[in-house]
Design a protein around this ligand. Sequence first.
Ligand code: DC
Length: 193
Amino acid sequence: MADAPVIAIDGPGGSGKGTISRRLALDLGWHWLDSGALYRLTAVAAAIGGVPLTRAADVARVAAGLDVRFVPGAGGDQVLLAGRDVSAEIRSEEAGSGASIVAVMPAVRAALVDRQRAFRRPPGLVADGRDMGTVIFPDASLKVFLTADLAERARRRHKQLSEKGIDVSLAALLRDMAERDERDTARSAAPLR
Ligand code: DC
């Protein structure tokens, strides 16, 4: 349904785009696409299926075949992978780092395009992710690039993880996020722009 309007919110991890896009979708009564969840799901599904993240063609097959259901809820979507609740699992740093590796692969990105565009339904869609305004919905009515200092993003992520009882050092997180930024920005397939 190409007629439904789209608000695209692009930007790096930890910038607050997840929180803002979800609240915006709730306020407007629009659909919400957390595109990063699809890359995270691909990494998690590959791990479950024993598919090494070095094998792009196999990982792309995993992405194309994802059996996923998003069940909307006030605090975010519940994510079911083949019926199993992986909502917490896909938010782990491990899934995030796996997602950043598979997101570099053009075949994986291609496998996820139609799935993302299918979220565009009336009355409208708020789409969150690195390439929403550049690649997936280039005709979005509004394109937002939301960012923040690396130190601030690392601090926010650290707080989020601590609240969940996950103990990581701020320094390690900073290093990891800088690496992930570099991978997201330097890659040739749909770089962060
Ligand atoms: O926003 P996030 O942390 O859930 O994203 C996880 C990874 O997936 C991150 O490395 C960037 C990548 N990603 C992407 O390449 N394109 C998107 N539209 C969304 C996420």
